[in-house]
Structures are given as C-alpha cells and as structure tokens.
Design a protein around this ligand. Structure first.
Ligand SMILES: Cc1ncc(C[n+]2csc(CCOP(=O)(O)OP(=O)(O)O)c2C)c(N)n1
Ligand SMILES: [Mg+2]
Length: 575
C-alpha cells in the first residue's frame, strides 16, 4: 500500500499562509472582535481558528438569530457586525437578518461558506449547492465573492467599507470552500491585507443647504423635531441634545431614538404625538424616514394644515421619497447638526410660547390620564400594570439595555417605558419583524456589557426562543420577561369549525420559565405587577440568565396592537 507522502517543495525556505488565516488576519486588522454564527461545513475549522486567534466566536442555535445579533452589534457600535454561516440552508437562514439589517440601515456582513463554483455553476448537485451571491444581491447593499487567497484582504476591505459608509446596510461576502485551504507565501499574504482607512468618511452638508434649512426652521410658528434611529446610530449625542435644547423645539423620538434625550425631558413630545404631528407647521427630520411608521408624511395623522419638511439624511435619494422636502440637508448627521448649530450661534429665538405651551398641556394631560393605569396591581395582569412595573425597573437602571418585540407587548411598552440614555432601546424596527429578540439580547449583552431586559410577547419569543440555551451557555446577564397572554394579540379566539384551536392561540397557561430551567438558568413565574418587579430586580441584581413567565389576561390585548388599521378589510364585509 502506498503511504501518502506530503510534498514539501520549498517549505524549508518559504513560510506559507492560507485562506483560513488570511481571513482571520484581515478581520483582526480591521478591529473585528466578535463573530456571531453557526458552525458546519466549510467553516467549522475557521471558527476554531478564529477563536484560537482571540476573536470571540459566539455560536447560536439558528443563523437568523446570529444574523440579528450581528446586525444589532453594528447598530450599537458603528462597526460592521459579522455573521458567519454554512452554505445554502445556513446562508438562507442568515439572509432574513441581512435583509432586515439593510432595511434598518444597520452595518452587517454576512459571511457564508459556499460550495464548489465549478459544480454550482454547472448545477451538478454539489453538497448544499446554491448560487448564493446571486440570491443575496437584491437583499443587501453590496455582495462580493473572493476566489483567490490573494484577494481576501481587498474583499474584506470592500465589505467593511460598503457596510458602514454612507447609509449603512447589510453586505454579503461569499467564501467558497476551496478558498479556506488555498496556500500562499506568508509575506505576500500579509502584504495583501488592507486596513480600511476612514471607513465611514464624514459627509459635510453644503453651506447653502444649511442656510436654507435654518431659514425654513426660523419661519416656523409650530416647529417639531423628529429623531429617528439614524440619529441614534450617528453617536452625535451631545450635538443633537444641544441642537434640540438651543432651538427650544419640541421633539418626538422614533422608537429606537428614545433616550437620545430622556423621554422625561421637558421638550419631549412623545406623550402628545398625535397633536404635534397634526398641528406642527415645520418638521425637521433627523435620521428619520417618512415611511409607514410616520404615515408617509401625509394624510389624517398629519392633519390638514400644510407642512414644510426639513430632512437630514446621508442618502440624497431619501429626499422627496413620500412628500416634498422643502429643505433637504444631505450629509452625515453629526456634520449636519454641527453645521446647524454653527448657523444658530448668532442668536436663536425660541418657538412661540403658545405652541410650546399647547404641546406641554396636551402632554401633561395624557401622562396624567395614563398614570393610574400604569400603577394598577391587577391579577391577572393587564399590559399596563405589568409595563408599569418594568417602567420603574428601567427608571432605576437607565444603563440597562431594553429589547422589545410582540404586538401589544411592543406597542404598549414603547409608549410606557421611558428611556433615559441613547441606544438603550432596540426593537422590531422598520419591518416590525418578529424574531429579533434573543439575537438582539445576546449581542446587547456582549457588545455593551450591561444588563439586558428583553420584553417579549409569547408569540414573538417563540421565533428565537431556543437561544435561551445560548444565553445560558455564555452566562449572559439577560432577563427575559414573556408577556404570556396565550397567543397572538389575545389568547381568547375560538375556532368554531372542527376541533383545531383558533390559529392565533397557543397552549393556554404554558410555563415558558421551564425552558430556561432546562439549561440551568433561573425560571420564574409572576402573576402580579409587584411580583414581576421583584423578580426582574432580583434577576438583574444576580446577573444570571433568567426567564420570567408573566401571566397576562388573555383578553387584555387588541388585534395587531396599535396597527390594527393595516389589516385589509373586504368591501363585501362592510356592506
Ligand atoms: C417574521 C414575522 N412573522 C409574523 C409576523 C406577524 N406578527 C406580528 S406581531 C406577531 C405576534 C404578536 O403576538 P405576541 O408576540 O404574543 O404579542 P401580543 O400582542 O400577544 O402581546 C406576529 C406573529 C411578524 N411581524 N413578523
Ligand atoms: Mg401574546
């Protein structure tokens, strides 16, 4: 029998490297510290080597959750979050997160191993065969494939720059299995690596655009500032706070911009949302898009009075997307806000007192109306009673990260739980997508080192629930509270035909806390707001993975939470 011999041509003289190491070196050179992923062919050894080289490799139970973790890591840090998957099915599992990242403008790179190009392109049925690059392209900002080890440096540099420059988004990087094992001269390999210089260059707004924006703002009798998650992403917190305070204009934070200035700030108009949207005459959007979440800038929500919009956005094509923008201000948010502040330096008159007075009166009225509902200690709990307890938790711990998904559980928590610091609230974002919960919770814990409170509808939790094992495995300080109302929106629907349950309902009285116990975490049940508060306090104090099954009245919720109006209605039914 032949004994296989290993050819050692110039090995004595020549030091070699390979694809595995070049990828790791390229990532490290560009400051990547963490990879979120799921192992398998052809990336298992790569993950081991990355871990050995000091990169933190966080293994999930499903790629969608790893992808969501990478995406939110990108949002929190302004560095692209990396998700690593196997080919075809693993890649597809990660793709939802990649598309969601792109929609939400989060910088993320999905790196997937892929099968042999020669076989894939001839469609000869390779293991996990799929033309991944072509499939990823329409769902992300950019997609690249690296075929030669010598191109790894440039490939990773392009991916990083594409993810974070301009409007951030998702990038796909296709790495065929053969690439990992390709060998090349180590010195040439080192030279081929690229450190991306100034990956997200400042984009300075034109002085004429700044002047126009200030003129429109000055002309306002009833101005309003809307802060979007782009403003939170920008990490220009001090400049934005100064702009809002110097202008004296009421501001409305979008969901993930909550806390950029505290929700308790005297200028916050969150509790008078309908009033300010309807009655304002000039609206300055900072990193907020006029999409469905703002009723496209028109219609009933915005009232009858004509509006003029000033819009700050890094993407020129965002302007006039839905309605005319009177003063487009294109540039990065930090530079735009700084330029506006410069322009205001020579003196600025606060908005008319009858406007700010009217906003304050409406807001005080709404807050007073809500207060007793949030203090109820009813059993079974309703959403308001339970959220009143969690609101106090965050008030007492403004550094904690809040993850939130569901329908009623989302909409009511958003309006109830005040945020005090920037980038502490992460949720379903532009799409209202279920399934971000545990991925976001893991990344929030890892990237910030702070305690995480995940407030989850029972349906919402189910989309990523298996990651409680991941949370236990990495011993993350995550407290999950499940608002268990036995179903989607409510647990009271009945199917009158046949014996199947109504399709919006779940097993009644389920004990989600037991799932956590299965992996060594703490599982608790809470049936009153007081009990819930005590349980969450204990969880956060201990830093131990905890899941609290919060029993909510199954009849308390409403269809689709606050967006029931989006459900299509038949013209026939209306007759
Ligand atoms: C990926 C995805 N699938 C389905 C939906 C539709 N959807 C919206 S909210 C929701 C769940 C709402 O139920 P739950 O999380 O229990 O919240 P509740 O209203 O009961 O508090 C679903 C399935 C979605 N938004 N995203
Ligand atoms: Mg529910």
């Amino acid at each position: 029998m032949d004994t296989p011999t290993v050819a050692k041509p110039n090995e004595a003289q020549e030091e070699l490297t390979d694809g595995f190491h070049l990828i790791i070196d390229a990532l490290k050179l560009n400051g990547i510290k963490t990879i979120y992923g799921v192992p398998g062919i052809p990336i298992t050894d790569f993950g081991r080597m990355a871990q050995a080289a000091g990169i933190r490799v966080i293994a999930f139970r499903h790629e969608q959750n790893a992808g969501n973790a990478a995406a939110i890591a990108g949002f929190l840090t302004k560095q692209p979050g990396i998700c690593l998957t196997v080919s075809a099915p693993g890649f597809l599992n990660g793709l939802t997160a990649l598309a969601n990242a792109t929609t939400n403008c989060f910088p993320m790179i999905l790196i997937s191993g892929s099968s042999e190009r020669e076989i894939v392109d001839l469609q000869q049925g390779d293991y996990e065969e799929m033309d991944q690059l072509a499939i990823a392209k329409p769902l992300c900002k950019a997609a690249f494939r690296v075929l030669h080890a010598a191109d790894i440096g440039i490939g990773i540099a392009r991916a990083i720059r594409a993810a974070v420059s301009g409007r951030p988004g998702g990038v796909y990087l296709d790495l065929p299995a053969k690439l990992f094992g390709q060998v090349m001269n180590a010195e040439a390999g080192a030279k081929s690596l690229v450190k991306v210089v100034d990956p997200a260059p400042a984009q300075i707004p034109a002085p004429s655009a700044v002047k126009r924006a200030l003129e429109v703002l000055k002309s306002a009798k009833k101005p309003l500032i809307i802060l979007g998650k782009g403003a939170a992403y920008a990490q220009a917190d001090d400049a934005i706070k100064t702009l809002v305070e110097k202008s004296g204009i009421p501001f409305l934070p979008m969901s993930m911009a909550k806390g950029l200035l505290p929700d308790t700030h005297p200028q916050c108009a969150g509790a008078a949302r309908s009033t300010v949207l309807q009655q304002s005459d000039v609206v300055m959007l900072i990193g907020a898009r006029l999409n469905w979440l703002l009723s496209h800038g028109k219609g009933k929500t915005w009232g009858g009075a004509p509006k003029r919009f000033i819009q700050i956005d890094i993407d020129p094509r965002e302007m006039d997307s839905n309605v005319e923008i009177a003063a487009p201000l294109v540039g990065d948010i930090g530079s735009c806000v700084a330029a506006l502040l410069d322009g205001m330096a020579s003196g600025w008159a606060p908005p008319p007192a009858d406007w700010t007075g009217a906003v304050k009166a409406k807001k005080d009225e709404n807050i007073a109306k809500m207060a007793p509902r949030l203090m109820n200690n009813n059993v079974p709990m309703d959403f308001h009673g339970a959220l009143g307890a969690l609101r106090t938790v965050i008030k007492e711990r403004p550094d904690a990260m809040l993850v939130n998904e569901g329908a009623n559980t989302l909409d009511l928590a958003r309006g109830t739980i005040d945020m005090y610091k920037p980038r502490k609230r992460i949720d379903v974002g532009t799409w209202g997508v279920m399934g971000i919960g545990m991925g976001y919770a893991v990344a929030a814990a890892i990237e910030t080192g702070k305690p995480v409170l995940a407030v989850e509808g029972d349906s919402a939790f189910g989309f990523s629930g298996m990651e409680v094992e991941t949370i236990c495995r990495y011993k993350l300080p995550v407290c999950i509270v499940i608002f268990n109302n036995n179903g989607i929106y409510r647990g009271t629907d009945v199917n009158n035909v046949g014996s199947d349950p109504a399709w919006t309902t779940f097993v009644p009285g389920a004990r989600y806390d037991k799932i956590m116990e299965a992996f060594g975490g703490v599982g608790l049940q809470a049936t009153s707001p007081d009990e819930l508060k005590r349980a969450v306090d204990a969880a956060i104090e201990s830093g131990k993975p905890t899941l609290i099954n919060a029993v909510i009245d199954p009849a308390a919720g409403s269809e689709s939470g606050r967006i029931g109006n989006l459900n299509p209605q038949s013209a026939l039914k209306k007759k």
